[in-house]
Design a protein around this ligand. Structure first.
Ligand SMILES: [Zn+2]
Length: 80
């Protein structure tokens, strides 16, 4: 399955609680709900905080990797 097809499938899926997967009522106006209850919302916020830290570490690692791989003698890196 292509990446685009997968994106479409996710977008068209009925909304589910991000934490427990319970079906959420579809809202036609305003922001779609992400959690079925305050309990799941709080748990989701904690999970997201942990994920954010992990993503931050990955970004830092990627940044250092790019720095190490960059060949500054290359013409294309010179500021005109
Ligand atoms: Zn839930």
């Amino acid at each position: 399955m292509s990446h685009a097809a997968r994106q479409r499938q996710i977008a068209s899926a009925s909304p589910q609680c991000e934490v427990c997967g319970a079906a959420l009522p579809v809202r036609r106006t305003g922001r779609p709900r992400r959690y079925c209850s305050d309990r799941c919302r709080q748990k989701g916020a904690r999970v997201r905080a942990i994920v954010n830290v992990m993503v931050g570490i990955e970004l830092l690692k990627a940044e250092f990797a790019v720095e190490a791989e960059t060949d500054w003698s290359d013409e294309s890196h010179r500021v005109a």
